[in-house]
Design a protein around this ligand. Structure first.
Ligand code: GUN
Length: 283
């Protein structure tokens, strides 16, 4: 068996075309969807993610405002900036790129963002809403993963979803989203005993740990759907995922590539949330 590749790039393109139409409609109603992005410091990966987010906004007609600050700003200064954006009626979404420098407590920052502008879906109120099945902003990477799996027209209910990784941004919420879709969900992490025995039970295997090529074919059940969230840079400069793509594609039914897999969907769901925020705030 050779797996079919889930083309996140193409899926993202289709969804963004649809969002561009929604933006046009909002603009006809006098609403210009707008996202404020805060970047603190000069973390190279964060800089490139922020650039990609801004470019994606521009492409679908969303206004984006970038605020960059040096890495030595205080937490209280950053909180003041967020408070100002919370009050600014022309800004619908606020995103603070993570990670932040050590003197700034990320949780304080996330909690300072008005929940109705939290397009990352990281605010504890929005996480609670997600977990209790209420309407809210869904965190972008988990939402993008769910969108990709749903695009395959497979029935998620009753499937065994194994999530490797327990970060607040991806691992924990993606398991919750699949639970909402009636999957049976198992979480694995760095302290899990016999990881391979558990991942081999997965109908849908989602890996988000940041360890290049951790998952080889011996970790995968024949015919499983494999979603690779990892973005790792190898010594030769090439990008690779947490999954050994060439090995696992021999055994999986569907697999996401790195790059052009989950990454473009994450940004697309950020656009989706920003458009939703603009619509909600003008109701
Ligand atoms: N850093 C890595 N991923 C993300 C994300 O989805 N949102 C934000 N704000 N920061 C990140």
């Amino acid at each position: 068996m050779t797996a079919q590749i889930i083309n996140g790039f193409e899926l993202a393109k289709e969804k963004r075309a649809q969002l561009a139409k929604e933006v046009e409609q909002l603009k006809r109603e006098g609403i210009v969807p707008s996202l404020a992005v805060i970047l603190v410091g000069d973390h190279p990966a964060s800089q490139s993610y922020v650039k990609a987010k801004q470019k994606a906004c521009e492409e679908i007609g969303v206004r984006s405002v970038l605020l960059t600050f040096p890495s030595d700003i205080s937490e209280s200064f950053l909180l003041e900036q967020i408070a100002r954006l919370n009050e600014d009626g022309s800004v619908h979404g606020i995103l603070v790129q993570l990670p932040l420098p050590p003197q700034i407590n990320e949780l304080h920052v996330i909690e300072a963002i008005a929940p109705e502008k939290d397009v990352d879906g990281f605010h504890p109120l929005n996480i609670g809403r997600m977990m209790t099945g209420q309407q809210t902003f869904l965190p972008c990477t988990p939402y993008g993963i769910l969108y990709m799996v749903q695009s395959l027209q497979v029935d998620i209910a009753g499937k065994h979803v194994v999530v490797v990784g327990r970060s607040n941004i991806v691992g924990k919420p993606v398991g919750q989203l699949f639970l909402r879709e009636h999957a049976t969900v198992t979480y694995c992490h760095s302290r899990t005993n016999d990881l391979e025995a558990i991942t081999r039970q997965a109908d849908i295997l989602i890996v988000a740990v940041g360890k290049p090529k951790l998952i080889t074919s011996s970790y995968v059940k024949k015919g499983a759907i494999v979603i690779d969230v990892g973005v790792n840079r190898l010594e030769d400069g090439k990008l690779c995922g947490d999954v050994d793509f060439d090995d696992v594609k021999q055994i999986a039914s569907y697999i996401t590539p790195v790059p052009k897999g989950v990454g473009p969907m994450t940004i697309t769901m950020l656009l989706h949330n920003t458009v939703q925020a603009a619509r909600e705030q003008h109701k």
